[in-house]
Design a protein. Structure first.
Lengths: 204, 463
């Protein structure tokens, strides 16, 4: 079960390019390892490390001020592509609890909430200015309050964000969906019975 | 009279068990497809001590990590991939769901196998732990990819919590030009909509051009819906759909067939149904398409060139791809060719590629991996394997192969691959690999020429 999400105050790192697909977040050759082994080391692996395993000094998360990042400020299309949940595991295992971007891949968006990763949608122009400010003053901390749905930018401005009530509640409570769903077991079984009657050919 | 409804709305309503206070719907899952990537969700299930609720509606086949040099388990070089396949076998045995295993002729890429076996049917809500599950919408199903936690949830409860997505209709009308395929339509639409432009939406592909596509063409189109960011892609079922399904192993038979068809005919969107977004595409404007960058939205007609103004994102993509600004697509030298994947490895794709391959000889390494073992057998009955082999292509076993780079079929760093797959992401086909997406005929022509060519005017050198 994910830790409940209430507020966050953390160093933010800029991710400047659009369409950060889940192959970039979590290269495919690592995704068969057990979840318990941790995925933090594979986050952005091929952008973060040379073939030899040495860090690429230019990559943002390898710069000392950005290394302890808990927030990423990105562009559009963050998390597009493959459904691999390891993209979310890599982020949260690294220590990222929030990504602010101009749009997210749908499946990634659904996976994120399962692991207490808050995704905030923001205008591309605001993000561009915010990333520039972070580059100007590496190590700047941003703050997020899920209850009031506000985040504070590098210059101190408070901005409201929208989040679906269902996602908000799940993040705040660190809800386990399977347990919650099984409370509706009688309804599910009754529905399944009717479903099977309507489509007998599926069940022969 | 009732408000006109879209096909999506009808299927959604037909699977909605209940809604919670904050707008999430608990959906009943009609069918769940699984593959060798399902090891994580099964482990989650084990950790919780839970079992599979309706194993008779779970169908699985190994595809992502299966070798294409053979289907022998011992030929899976990577121990982690081998474990993924063996744990699928163990889970099938333990939980009692159907497995089309490595040695089963029904094995293949899960998105090829579903329709081929008649498991994919109109009006069904289908999920699978893979983003290209959108493929199945081509038969009028609502089908989408989910993550590992959601897969575990479906296994344990046969349900899924979802916020209702919006709808987008992509109307494609007009006649497709010679040499223009469903793949080109898909890349054209993605370039128009953007790689995440349909986020939060279910796309219904409509219009005369879509109607005239074969089922296999529709499967290619819906397969790529995810590359526009869509939750799902769909095409209304019609007589072509029913003809395709009739007689397939899991399709209804006898009296059930008539009942099923009567139900399926109620599914298409009602006249006057409203969509949240509309996109219109003129089919006549579409040429054979090629991707130049690192997102499927970075695609252009083969007659065009890569962007001239290389700043920001464009510069980043061109740099990864090793291309100078303004480089014409046609004439670009390639190092290898991949024909396969859930996008373009069905029998019609292989026939079309073979029709080009027979006109010459591959001058770069080229592999063909059929979408399923049954597709492979069919192709062999038709002599396509011989055509490919004589033209210097390698004829392989079925699986995801070089599309996702999990089974050892990789493109080396810095090498350029003409590929019929669906993603040109950085590192997708191998670390540092440079992927150019295109149709099977374009890929076959590229193999013969050793460079990207316009299949409409291509004449192989006789040598």
């Amino acid at each position: 079960m994910p830790a409940p999400f209430h507020t966050l105050d953390a160093v933010a790192a800029p991710i400047d390019w659009p369409n950060v697909d889940t192959d970039q977040l979590s290269p495919v050759r690592f995704i068969r390892r057990p979840r318990s082994q941790g995925y933090g080391d594979i986050l952005f692996h091929d952008l973060r490390f040379e073939g030899s395993g040495e860090e690429k000094p230019d990559f943002v998360l390898n710069q000392p001020s950005f290394r302890p990042a808990g927030i990423l400020v990105a562009d559009r299309g963050f998390g597009v592509g493959s459904s691999r949940e390891s993209a979310v595991w890599a982020l949260v295992d690294y220590g990222i609890r929030c990504v602010i971007a101009a749009g997210f891949g749908d499946i990634f968006h659904n996976n994120a909430v399962k692991h207490g990763l808050l995704l905030i949608r923001e205008d591309a122009a605001v993000l561009q200015a915010e990333r520039a400010a972070l580059r100007e003053a590496p190590g700047t901390r941003l703050a997020v309050d899920l209850e009031t749905q506000r985040w504070r930018g590098a210059a101190g401005a408070l901005r409201r964000f929208e989040i679906e009530p269902g996602r908000k509640r799940r993040l705040q409570l660190g809800l386990d969906d399977i347990e919650t769903t099984l409370q509706n077991l009688p309804e599910i079984r009754a529905f399944a019975g009717r479903y099977r009657e309507r489509r007998p050919w599926l069940f022969t | 009279m009732d408000r006109p409804r879209t096909m999506f709305e009808k299927i959604w309503a037909d699977h909605a068990i209940l809604e919670d206070d904050d707008g999430q719907t608990l959906l009943f899952v009609g069918r769940h497809l699984a593959h060798d990537g399902s090891m994580h969700p099964f482990r989650f299930l084990d950790e919780r001590g839970q079992s599979v609720m309706y194993p008779d509606q779970v169908f699985a086949t190994p595809d992502h990590g299966t070798p294409t040099v053979s289907h022998r388990l011992e030929d899976i070089g990577d121990p982690a991939q081998r474990t993924a396949v063996t744990s699928l076998q163990a889970n099938a045995k333990r939980h009692g769901f159907t497995l089309f295993d490595l040695d089963d002729p029904r094995q293949g890429i899960v998105h090829v196998v579903g329709p081929e076996q008649g498991l994919t049917q109109p009006g069904l809500l289908i999920v699978c732990g893979d983003s290209h599950t959108s493929t199945h919408g081509a038969l009028g199903a609502l089908a989408f990819g989910i993550g590992a936690s959601e897969v575990a949830h479906v296994l344990a409860t046969q349900t899924l919590w979802q916020k209702r997505p919006l709808t987008m209709r992509v109307c494609i009308d007009g006649a497709l030009g010679r040499g223009v395929t469903a793949k080109d339509v898909a890349l054209f639409a993605i370039a128009r909509i953007g790689a995440n432009g349909a986020a939060g939406h279910v796309i219904e592909f409509a219009g005369a051009t879509v109607r005239d596509l074969s089922i296999e063409g529709r499967l290619t189109l819906c397969n790529m819906a995810i590359e526009a960011g869509a939750r799902a892609g769909m095409v209304a079922p019609d007589d072509e759909t029913f003809r395709y399904l009739k007689g397939r192993p899991h399709a209804p038979a006898g009296m059930a067939w008539d009942a099923a068809v009567a139900f399926w005919k109620t599914l298409p969107s009602d006249d006057g149904a409203a969509f949240d977004a509309e996109v219109a595409i003129d089919a006549a404007a579409i040429a054979p398409m090629v991707s130049w960058g690192t997102s499927p939205e970075e695609s252009v007609p083969v007659t065009a060139e890569v962007p001239r103004h290389a700043t920001g994102d464009v510069a980043r993509s061109l740099d990864y791809m090793g291309l100078a600004p303004g480089t014409p697509m046609a004439g670009l030298a390639i190092d290898q060719v991949f024909i396969g994947s859930c996008t373009n490895a069905r029998i019609e794709d292989l026939r079309a590629a073979a029709a080009i391959a027979r006109r010459g000889h591959a001058v770069v390494p080229a592999i063909v991996s059929p979408g399923s073992t049954l597709v492979k057998r069919r192709a062999e009955e038709e002599g396509l394997d011989r055509i490919f082999r004589e033209a210097g292509f390698e004829w392989r076993e079925s699986g995801c192969s070089m599309c996702c780079g999990m089974n050892g079929d990789l493109v080396p760093a810095g090498k350029r691959c003409a590929s019929t797959s669906n993603r040109n992401f950085p590192g997708r086909q191998g670390k540092g690999a440079r992927t150019h997406l295109m149709s099977p005929t374009m890929a076959a022509a590229a193999a013969l020429a050793g460079r990207i060519v316009d299949v409409r005017t291509f004449e192989p050198e006789v040598g």
